[in-house]
Design a protein around this ligand. Structure first.
Ligand code: KG4
Ligand code: ZN
Length: 344
């Protein structure tokens, strides 16, 4: 089965063609970063309009790179939520209309299921059950995964997501949007420990996270200093260390609680090198198998949607002719492919 995947939940237009037998044939991501940079964050209406402009040309380009034609595609998968509703509706309407015109099946994919399954795009893939740490701009959660569509959320953030905390702290440190990668880069020139920031929730039982206090602590520390380059770098390094410590402590707790031996990390913050190194060391000490997608599949992309959509379409799952997108959508509301959903 060959699936065209479409991702438009936020500020990246992602398209991919995934073939069950031949793997990923092509993928392309167009980032709207420059469009939103002048506003310091994503402007939803501008995001939707840019998806309208870019999506169809990127689909044509990706099909050409995959050396395939629409008729040879067996189904279409799009991100149905959660995300920005206007942006989601662009992908939803185009995917549904294209599928209708071509007479192909269509399925809506949960964005976080896409992230969670992104490691499956790699050569060496994790076996289920596993624990997944999903760390993106909108979500931070630990999930126990016992099968496709069998997800138990073990803990999640009580306030800001990890990526959101990176982005907001980056703004405090006068870095341009999007802040996460820029802050990680600045942290390389700094020394963690010069400023002492809290490790939120680390001593608390339970697997929830909290990052908004950390951002406030950076703001207070920055107020007392003249914000020269070294201070900014040292604050960035300590902030990154605090986030990585909090995430890894909760991963350790989740692995113990579930007695799992495989940890999967995905979502935009999964591209962070310090997180990858720290979890790598922890996994070696604890004897876990650890899986990350390559950095370009940690951030939003169409490949993860094509892959997750392929699993669901293959099981016979279809959406009816109405166009569906949801701004909010609980991961635990998903069912295994083909079970209890609209199957035609
Ligand atoms: O998964 P993603 O592309 O989009 C969402 O679904 O939200 O994640 C984007 C988030 C942003 O907050 C971005 O700053 C963060 O991931 N991010 C990083 C890095 N690369 C992306 N945060 C820290 N270090 C990075 N290298
Ligand atoms: Zn995402």
């Amino acid at each position: 089965m060959r699936v065209l995947g479409i991702e438009t939940s936020c500020d990246e237009t992602g398209v991919a063609v995934f073939d069950e037998n031949d793997g990923l044939l092509a993928h392309a991501v167009y980032s709207q970063v420059e469009l939103h940079a002048q506003y310091g964050g994503v402007v939803p209406e501008l995001a939707s309009r840019d998806h309208v402009r870019k999506l169809l040309p990127i689909i044509e380009q990706t099909l050409a790179t995959a050396s395939t034609v629409p008729d040879r595609v067996d189904g279409i998968a799009y991100t149905a939520g959660p995300g920005l509703i206007g942006a989601l509706l662009v992908g939803a309407s185009l995917a549904r209309s294209l599928a209708f015109a071509l007479g192909k099946p269509c399925v809506g994919v949960h964005h976080m299921e896409g992230h969670l399954l992104a490691p499956m795009l790699e050569h060496d893939t994790p076996d289920m059950p596993f624990v997944a740490l999903l760390v993106s701009g909108g979500h931070t959660m630990l999930v126990e995964v016992t099968g496709i569509g069998r997800y138990k959320v073990l803990g999640e953030t009580l306030d800001d997501a990890a990526g959101e905390a990176f982005d907001k702290t980056a703004t405090l440190l006068r870095l341009s949007y999007p802040g996460g990668p820029a802050l990680a880069e600045l942290a390389r020139q700094g020394t963690p420990g010069r400023f002492k920031l809290p490790r939120p929730m680390i001593r608390k039982p339970g697997l929830d996270f909290s990052f908004s206090g950390l951002k406030t602590a950076v703001m207070l520390a920055a107020r007392e200093q003249s914000l020269d380059d070294q201070v900014r770098a040292d604050l960035a390094a300590e902030f990154q260390a605090a986030v990585v410590d909090s995430l890894s402590a909760k991963c350790r707790q989740a692995m113990r609680q579930t007695r799992a031996s495989t940890l999967v990390v995905a979502g935009g913050v999964g591209a962070n090198l310090s997180l990858r190194e720290t979890l790598g060391q922890l996994a070696a000490e604890e004897g876990w198998r650890l899986y990350f997608p390559r950095p370009e599949f940690c951030t939003d992309n169409g490949a993860m949607i094509a892959y997750a959509g392929m699993l669901r379409l293959r099981a016979g799952e279809r959406i009816p002719l109405n166009i569906e997108a949801r701004a909010r959508w609980r991961l635990e509301d998903l069912k295994p492919p083909g079970v209890g959903q609209a199957v035609v």
